[in-house]
Design a protein around this ligand. Structure first.
Ligand SMILES: Nc1ncnc2c1ncn2[C@@H]1O[C@H](COP(=O)(O)OP(=O)(O)O)[C@@H](O)[C@H]1O
Ligand SMILES: [Mg+2]
Length: 567
């Protein structure tokens, strides 16, 4: 690789840029009548790791006055250029820019190839664009500014199902779309600092998908209770009042997370005892009589009172020298949870019947009945149990998909807000069942038709490797360097040119790259109708702090709900 700063640099001669920028000008003395567009430079190096072009800054400056917003951007980092190779156009993204030291007025840029298209003979525009490059240019190939007309062709739907989410930067009329099957087929991540518009974007994308797929199956984990407001029309809303998640759907590990409080050696002892007594309680239940191979993980109803009385019995059988504390600890904890009204959404005496079919049917929207999305508001649950609840729900999705392999396929999408809470990396949290199941879905889910949508403001706190499992990355503004570095590592090469703009994006702007888009795009998202927005409106202090009145009643109502643990 040559050192670009050295005097050997081959392009240290005036560029063959024509003064005449009009369409149809002849070029290179050939008899071609092809229209040339705006020549801005030439290729100087083609290398696997990154190719380079040199551009004439005088030409770029001149284009700044061009009426076409795309041409105006020519040469800027994150914008595209086209390169002629025979009858085809290569499209490339500009990743970096720097001044060529050897000769004033020249700019060297690193580029990433995005794909190629054919040349429309009359206009010179790109058409029939496809990803990937079959034939690379050679040094001295000419580089042209991309026009809005070119981009229209590039973004034109190739017939695949897609949802339009906004307008492609810098144009004001090209629609940016996501290819639904590619987006969902390989998981997606939606990233951005708080307030950049993540939740609203998620609602926007999910609404568009629901409009397209009224018989879909989407499960949204909503830690802040924001989304119920957005999906009143087309979603089923669940919270502590109507979720009715049967405790016996927990597997053994999840049981331990809820019932076992001790740490270290004592923890192992408690878990062993719980395993033995839980299996006995399950064996005792009616529902298990048809189950051939009953295990501690089998999702069959059992009575909590059976479990506690078995613990009591076992304790009675111990000889004097054996420590009965583990039995006592477990029994006390189970009785405590049974009696605690905050846990009744999961541990109520009403949940002992075999409601598994009804529960799966309502949560997975099987059938959807025009409401393809379940919003599961976990905000009012005791915080110590939410990770386990999310684990149970995610695992049910995955296990269902595995056991439904021979059935008519019903792919599902699991969307997880504040994903860093549930799939944290080792530095942030210790191991948990929810982290394991979500990591597993990230790795294996698509084989079984389970798609994951992860939303987070802290991509750097996500477990290792999870982001790279996401085929599509939708990044809004990220203010923190560490987060930017993580996103950078997960972004496909063609999108590197956009990296520098991540800290500089405006609210409601998103960079989309990966499987879900034809080429990486920066999109200004559409305004979402108010009734479809999540209830995440930021408080306006300057207004609200001028209001008063009714405080006594407000406090009374709040205390009442607080004590009743219900809304
Ligand atoms: N596409 C949009 N249409 C309408 N309002 C939006 C849009 N995107 C963001 N907003 C507004 O911006 C604010 C913050 O958005 P929000 O989605 O809550 O951000 P985040 O989840 O990243 O914290 C909200 O008040 C929301 O109404
Ligand atoms: Mg949010």
């Amino acid at each position: 690789m040559s050192d670009m700063g050295s005097h050997h640099f081959p392009a240290a001669r005036p560029l063959p840029v024509s003064e005449n920028e009009t369409e149809g000008s002849t070029n290179r003395g050939t008899a071609s009548k092809r229209s040339e567009g705006h020549k801005i430079g030439e290729v100087i190096e083609i290398a696997g790791s990154g190719s380079k072009i040199v551009m004439d800054s005088a030409v770029l400056t001149k284009l700044l006055d061009h009426p076409d917003a795309t041409v105006k951007m020519a040469g800027q980092v994150g914008s595209q250029v086209k390169i002629r190779v025979g009858q085809t156009w290569l499209l490339a993204n500009i990743r970096t820019q720097r001044l060529y030291e050897g000769q004033a007025g020249l700019v060297i840029a690193e580029i990433d190839f995005l794909g190629e298209g054919d040349e429309e003979q009359l206009t010179g525009h790109i058409y029939n664009f496809r990803r990937g490059v079959t034939r690379y240019p050679t040094p001295a190939s000419l580089v042209y500014a991309v026009t809005t007309a070119d981009l229209k062709q590039v973004y034109a739907s190739d017939g695949r199902a897609n949802v339009e989410i906004g307008t492609v930067y810098p144009t004001d009329d090209i629609r940016g779309a996501l290819y639904v099957d590619a987006l969902l087929g390989k998981h997606f991540a939606l990233l951005g600092s708080t307030g950049t518009g993540k939740s609203t974007s998620a609602a926007l994308i999910l609404h568009k998908i629901c409009d397209l797929a009224p018989e879909g199956h989407i499960i949204m984990i909503d830690p802040h209770g924001e989304y119920s407001a957005a999906f009143k029309e087309n979603g089923k809303l669940f919270d502590v009042n109507n979720l009715n998640l049967p405790y016996w759907l927990m597997n053994f590990r999840e049981h331990c997370e809820v019932f076992v409080q001790s740490r270290g050696d004592a923890k192992q002892m408690d878990c062993d005892i719980l395993a033995k007594c839980l299996l006995a309680a399950k064996a005792k239940s009616q529902a298990s009589s048809h189950v051939a191979k009953l295990t501690v993980d089998s999702p069959v109803p059992y009575l909590l009172s059976d479990l506690t009385s078995i613990l009591q019995n076992e304790m009675g059988k111990l000889d004097k020298s054996t420590n009965s504390a583990p039995y006592q600890r477990l029994k006390t904890k189970i009785d405590e949870i049974k009696a605690d009204p905050r846990y009744s959404f999961m541990f109520s005496g009403m949940l002992v019947g075999d409601t598994m079919a009804a529960f799966l049917s309502k949560i997975f929207r099987l059938p959807s009945e025009g409401k393809p999305i379940s919003i599961i508001d976990v905000s009012a649950m005791p915080s110590e149990i939410t990770p386990t609840v999310v684990s149970v729900l995610s695992r049910l999705v995955f296990d269902y998909a595995i056991w439904a392999r021979n059935e008519p396929q019903r792919p599902m999408l699991l969307v997880c807000e504040e994903a860093h809470r549930y799939i944290p990396n080792d530095d942030v949290a210790e191991e948990s069942s929810v982290r394991d199941i979500l990591s597993r879905i990230a790795k294996e889910g698509r084989k079984y038709g389970v798609s994951l949508g992860l939303i987070t403001q802290r991509p750097s706190d996500l477990a290792e490797g999870v982001l790279s499992q996401c085929g599509t990355i939708l990044s809004m503004r990220l203010n923190n360097d560490r987060d930017q570095a993580f996103v950078k590592a997960a972004m496909p090469e063609g999108a590197r040119g956009f990296l520098d703009s991540i800290p500089a994006l405006r609210n409601r702007e998103v960079i989309c790259c990966g499987e879900g888009v034809a080429i990486p795009i920066r999109v200004s998202l559409d305004t979402l109708a108010e009734e479809r927005r999540p209830a995440s409106e930021d408080p306006i202090f300057s207004d609200l702090w001028r209001e008063h009145g009714g405080e006594d009643e407000i406090i009374q109502r709040v205390i009442k709900r607080w004590r009743a643990q219900g809304r």
